[in-house]
Ligand binder design. Structure first.
Ligand SMILES: Nc1nc2c(ncn2[C@@H]2O[C@H](COP(=O)(O)OP(=O)(O)OP(=O)(O)O)[C@@H](O)[C@H]2O)c(=O)[nH]1
Length: 441
């Protein structure tokens, strides 16, 4: 790290956390086991149906109490350029899965634990020193990703306010628009009151309404817009990804792995969603694409056992960050809770402080259902932060504002597309202005 970098406390503390200590020396690694070949995936008939136990081990004795007795899951670790079978799971059909171009990785990429001069894992908004063109690109990706929400809100505001003076009906209509965008009733009330204040019987410019909306939204979002801080005193820093099936956990891990690499960190991925073979394959594809090793077992293997092995392997390889994928089946809340708790307890046999972050991945297109998901996963997994995906696929992106107001959990990232770059660090002002349909501040 250059002297120059050391003198940037804001930047460093966003990455490593304030007052972060120097990394502790890694524990003496146990002798690495030779990777075993992946076992033949089970057939469809073997796949448990809805209502089945959350894992094959559910209901079996909890081995967390005796970590020494953990049954091996025959995990395999891919290399940095794993050889993946050409068969892709159906949900990946058509996705852009070409390996990242080498030119994206600078020749002088710094080693683990140091900081790349370019975008960090955690910085919200375009990186310091970004060119005007890069800044425009960042804003364009954000506004394009949020365009369904912003056109729904922005076009309605323009329609409501461009031709008539403000009266009670206009405000009621505005409130309906905001509720339909899933901003929540309280937020909608607050915005309409702010718009109505002192403006009855006057023409109000749509841009002025949008500005009020953006500032009210920003006020709610500002306290929760927090970067994901990778504390280097944990080696690896363990990030547990939780969320219901299809929320975007695996994709988000892939995008985060790319960000971690770009930040000069050494990541590893654990295919802890052992429920579906396709989920394991999907993570392996992301590993190949980003050049990040993936540890995986056979379909149906015990997820906790895999997480245990992954943490040990990441430690042996001196990885900076381990992203652990999980299955999320809400059909069986008790099973889900039991499995996640077991994953956490077993990882703590290796590192009693793990996981260091538990990110709940939420699909924005489920609307108000996301509220229920936060409640369930907060109870099951002690969620420390949120990632909201698929904001590009909904006109109801206001749900993020409603969640922020209700739960006040940190929001680290938003997903605005399927591409590797379509995961934006969450920035309150930019999000607020984008959904209001305003230009960049
Ligand atoms: N449009 C869009 N699609 C996304 C985004 N994030 C994820 N997806 C897509 O959503 C689908 C499901 O994503 P996954 O990453 O497989 O979700 P998961 O939570 O891992 O699902 P399971 O493996 O079934 O547990 C995939 O087709 C992704 O490409 C996003 O921000 N925008």
């Amino acid at each position: 790290m250059s002297e120059n970098d050391k003198q940037k406390p804001g930047f460093l503390s966003r990455i490593f956390g304030r007052g972060a200590e120097a990394p502790k020396p890694a524990e003496t690694p146990k002798p690495a086991e030779a990777p075993k070949p992946a076992e033949t995936p089970r057939t469809a008939e073997d796949t448990p149906g809805p209502g089945s136990p959350a894992s094959r081990s559910e209901g079996e004795p909890d081995f967390a109490a005796a970590a020494g007795a953990i049954a091996p899951v025959s995990p395999t670790i891919t290399t940095d350029s794993p050889d993946i079978a050409p068969h892709l799971p159906p949900e990946l059909a058509g996705a852009d899965l070409q390996p990242l171009e080498d030119e994206d990785r600078p020749d002088d990429a710094p080693g683990p634990g140091t900081i790349a001069p370019e975008p960090s894992l955690s910085t919200a908004g375009p990186p310091a020193g970004a060119t005007a063109e890069e800044k425009r690109g960042w804003w364009r990706r954000l506004t394009e990703g949020l365009s369904r929400t912003s056109s729904s809100i922005g076009d309605s505001v323009t329609g409501l306010f461009s031709k008539r003076k403000l009266d009670a009906t206009t405000l009621e209509d505005l409130e309906d628009v905001l509720i339909q965008a899933d901003l929540g009733i309280e937020m909608a009330n607050r915005i309409t009151s702010a718009v109505g204040k002192g403006r009855y019987d006057k023409m109000v410019a749509p841009e002025a309404v949008k500005a009020i909306l953006a500032s009210e939204v920003e006020r709610v979002l500002e306290p929760v817009a927090k970067p994901l801080v990778i504390d280097p005193s944990h080696k690896p820093f363990v990030v547990l990804m939780v969320g219901v099936n299809g929320a975007g956990k695996t994709t988000t891990i892939g995008k985060l792995a790319a960000k971690a690499k770009a930040a000069g960190l050494k990541p590893m991925l654990a295919a802890g969603d052992t429920f579906r073979a396709a989920a394991i394959d999907q993570l392996k594809v992301w590993g190949e694409r980003t050049g990040v090793p993936v540890i995986y077992g056979e379909q149906g293997a015990d997820a906790a056992s895999l997480a245990f092995d992954a943490l040990r392997a990441a430690r042996e390889r001196a990885c900076d960050v381990l992203f652990v994928d999980t299955a999320g089946r809400l059909q069986n809340k008790a099973g889900l809770m039991a499995e996640l708790e077991k994953v956490v307890r077993v990882m703590r046999k290796v590192d009693e402080t793990a996981p260091h972050a538990t990110l709940l991945v939420l699909d924005a297109t489920v609307g108000q259902n996301a509220v229920n998901q936060v409640e369930v996963f907060r109870g099951a997994a002690g969620v420390t932060g949120l990632v909201m995906t698929k904001l590009d696929g909904t006109a109801r992106g206001g749900i993020l504002v409603a969640l922020a107001e209700r739960f006040r959990l940190p929001v680290h990232y938003i997903g605005v597309g399927e591409g590797v770059d379509d995961l934006e660090p969450f920035a309150a002002r930019d999000f607020a202005r984008a959904i209001a349909g305003l230009e960049e501040a």
